[in-house]
Ligand binder design. Sequence first.
Ligand SMILES: N[C@@H](CCC(=O)N[C@@H](CS)C(=O)NCC(=O)O)C(=O)O
Length: 213
Amino acid sequence: MRLYTNQRNSAGERVRIALNLKGLAYDYVSVPAMAPGEYQKLNPQGLMPALETDGRMIAQSAAILDFLEQRWPAPPLLPADPLIRAEARAFSQHIAAEMHALTVDRVRRFLAEELGVDEDGVARWLRHWMAKGLAALEATLERRAQDWPFCFADTPGWADLHLVPQLRNARRFGCDVEAYPRLLAVEARCVGLDAFVRARPENQPDYAGASIA
Ligand SMILES: N[C@@H](CCC(=O)N[C@@H](CS)C(=O)NCC(=O)O)C(=O)O
């Protein structure tokens, strides 16, 4: 398998963590190192990550995670119980669709360069959507059926691999994350684990200093 990504690609970090948790080997392809337009030809969506396998290209981190989970069910990233599984998916989707999608680099650039929003305005936009999202995630963990050490299980999985890269982005946007103790407790349990450590931006071959995506 080949993962098209780059070090700062937080949606790609989700997939890197999943591959590591499942013990799957893959080749890392740094998209910025490709010739201009080459990646778009392989992945018409043009966003990172994408996974190449069996001669096909899968776009979108959620679709890739779904593929990995079905093709290599062990160890599972999703809870077996259908209700808890749905809750883990909803938690993760909130990060991907309601937080990351509104704060990603191309949105920040469009606000600044096309709509003329000044630096302070862009910062307010980012902190608004982040704070709203983090508050919802914290409340979700508070209402869980059980007080698991990770988001929805005794082992790290789907929700945790979404949470960790997003919390890092939140800090870089200047969000105060101290108001979310349950999120921080899960993060603290994840960050030292080998699967998470190996997926971090600074441990990727194309790392070139901290940035947000
Ligand atoms: N919903 C997509 C989001 C992908 C995405 O927005 N990736 C960003 C980096 S985290 C990207 O490719 N940015 C480059 C660009 O916008 O051109 C997923 O989960 O895979």
